[in-house]
Design a protein around this ligand. Structure first.
Ligand SMILES: [Zn+2]
Length: 201
């Protein structure tokens, strides 16, 4: 079987196919508990941050404006299922990796999580079972909470639970958060992550 060779997502898809080539919703919701999937997501997320950083390094050499003026690089990896309309194999694994951008102080930021949701909608994803957010921690702009790892920002939290996007997630969707180059990883449900900011999922 040839699986998306060369894509940043390739190791994640490989690990997901190792769980089962015929995934069901329950597999998608539990996939992030699998150590091989966690490892592959960390690998792809780390790679995406490196790609974003080297893009800006190249731009600096070429004297062109950066994608990320603060050099605050965040990557997000999502895993889930796409509907296939095939009775014997109704779902197919989906993995997507994205980085954030904010070209200048005045420019609107576009978060990795926003790109994940946009891609999921475009690719007819019906369930996101797990998310990884990888970035340096900072106090939350709305709740003021400084957690041990970086959480999705207030705009992303609002965007994810917006009625247009909520169908992508489940009560049990897991979110793993980690500092770059750190051994510490946090895993919780979206419900718990929102609660940590005094918000309801
Ligand atoms: Zn955000």
């Amino acid at each position: 079987m040839i699986l998306a060779k060369g894509l940043v997502e390739a190791p994640v898809l490989d690990a997901l196919f190792d769980i089962t080539p015929l995934p069901r919703i329950e597999h998608a919701l539990r996939a992030l508990e699998n150590p091989a999937v966690q490892k592959a997501m960390m690998e792809s997320g780390t790679r995406m941050r490196q790609l974003a950083r080297s893009e800006d390094e190249q731009r600096a050499i070429a004297n062109s404006s950066p994608v990320n003026y603060r050099r605050f690089y965040v990557s997000c990896v999502a895993i889930g299922l796409v509907l296939r309309y095939n009775a014997s194999a109704p779902y197919e694994w989906w993995a997507f990796v994205a980085a954030n951008s904010k070209p200048s102080k005045k420019a609107c930021k576009f978060c990795a999580e926003m790109r994940i949701v946009r891609a999921a909608r475009e690719m007819r994803v019906m369930c996101i079972g797990g998310l990884l957010v990888l970035g340096e921690r900072q106090p939350d702009a709305r709740s003021g909470k400084l957690r041990n790892t970086l959480n999705p920002c207030p705009q992303c939290r609002d965007m994810m639970k917006h009625p247009d996007n909520r169908y992508l997630f489940r009560q049990r969707t897991l979110i793993m958060t980690s500092m770059p180059e750190s051994q510490v990883q946090y895993m919780e449900t979206l419900t718990k992550m929102y609660a940590a900011h005094g918000e309801q999922w």
